[in-house]
Design a protein around this ligand. Structure first.
Ligand SMILES: C[S@@+](CC[C@H](N)C(=O)[O-])C[C@H]1O[C@@H](n2cnc3c(N)ncnc32)[C@H](O)[C@@H]1O
Length: 329
């Protein structure tokens, strides 16, 4: 994460070494250093692209929610398949977009000229200069940011933003819910959820999604605004489209396979059986199951870009996160 002249340093080959568990490829470095437990193969890169499509639908194709009509410098924390970073670089061709990820190879080789992808661990203090970016974006990073890093992660983001710049975060709380009372704690979706939350602790904070507003406020952000949306698990949900079918079906095994087996000692067969049963419940429209999705924006004090405007996106099921409906913790 170097703020100096754009000097390209050859990539350390240990960072692209893979290790296979139960038919999926993982980054050896991320596993060995307790950084991230998700697969990094092409199958997972595809799922990230599907997930990006689903978010585009959820957010009415808005990539940036705060009022920032002409951003000049953007940082994307944990670019993954680089879908968001590429779209944002193409939408704002004069903006310098920088992406950081611990694993570089889920992104395509062909990138827009204004997108620079770098490899680093976001659990280490940022080395970017202060007051630099107009926007810092962080989406689906709870599986990778250490539980005790969230406070300093927010502080680092605040520091590298220019006064008046914005932070935008999106996290899914992987705890399946249903508002009609049909999903009980014995259902596979609930067992999967409990097991997933347990498998990440104590090193990661799988409940970070619900804490974004507090974390941002505590770090010193102002105009902090949170929304609670829902990711429907029924793959036939027309609003979310066909991409959600692939996304939901795949995530139930891809997020679970390493932490459930290597972390909790389940057999791969048991994990696949649980995932298959959870998929059947997700497919069953009567459960109306969903994962809560938390969105939060906040502004660094000062600067000229003062705006009392609210999120520049909306969604039918959108609501402020202090509204009546609450996720089960
Ligand atoms: C679930 S994916 C999300 C990708 C992207 N933000 C998106 O919304 O599509 C998490 C990504 O963060 C990366 N990652 C996880 N922990 C990290 C860390 N501590 N430092 C850098 N990258 C990390 C992983 O390699 C993976 O590409």
């Amino acid at each position: 994460m170097d703020d100096g002249d754009l000097e390209t340093v050859p990539l350390d080959t240990t960072l692209v070494e893979l290790v296979t568990f139960h038919g999926r490829d993982f980054q050896r470095y991320a596993l060995e250093n307790g950084i991230y437990y998700g697969p990094v193969d092409e199958h997972e890169a595809d799922r990230h692209r599907f997930m990006h499509e689903v978010f585009n639908r959820m957010f009415d194709n808005r990539l940036i929610f705060p009022p920032l009509p002409a951003p000049r410098r953007i940082l994307d924390c944990g670019f993954g398949s680089a879908s968001w970073a590429i779209d944002v670089a193409e939408q704002f061709p004069t903006c310098e977009v920088t992406g950081i990820d611990i694993y570089p190879n889920m992104a395509p080789e062909d990138l827009p000229p204004n997108l620079d992808l770098q490899v680093d661990d976001l659990n280490s203090p940022f080395t970017f200069g202060s007051n630099h970016f107009d926007l810092v974006h962080s989406r689906l990073m709870a599986g990778g940011i250490n539980a005790d890093r969230w406070g300093t992660y927010m502080a680092d983001i605040l520091r590298v933003l220019r006064p008046g710049g914005w932070c935008q975060m999106v996290e899914i709380y992987y705890n399946a819910q249903s508002d009609n009372g049909t999903l009980t704690d014995n259902h596979a979706l609930r067992v999967w959820s409990r097991t997933y939350l347990q498998s990440l602790q104590p090193y990661k904070n799988p409940r970070a999604a619900m804490q974004l507003q507090n974390l941002m406020t505590q770090a010193g952000f102002v105009e902090v605004e949170g929304r609670l949306l829902t990711l429907p698990l029924n793959p036939r949900d027309r609003e979310m489209g066909a991409a959600n079918r692939e996304n939901v079906h795949r995530l139930l095994s891809s997020l679970a396979i390493y932490p459930f087996t290597e972390g909790l000692g389940m057999t791969p067969t048991d994990v696949q059986l649980l995932a298959a049963q959870a998929r059947m419940e997700a497919d069953n429209p009567s459960f109306k199951a969903y994962f809560p999705v938390y969105v939060c924006i906040g502004r660094k004090p000062g600067g000229s870009n003062h705006s009392k405007g609210s999120h520049q996106y909306h969604h039918k099921s959108g609501r402020t996160s202090d509204s009546r409906k609450r996720a089960r913790h």
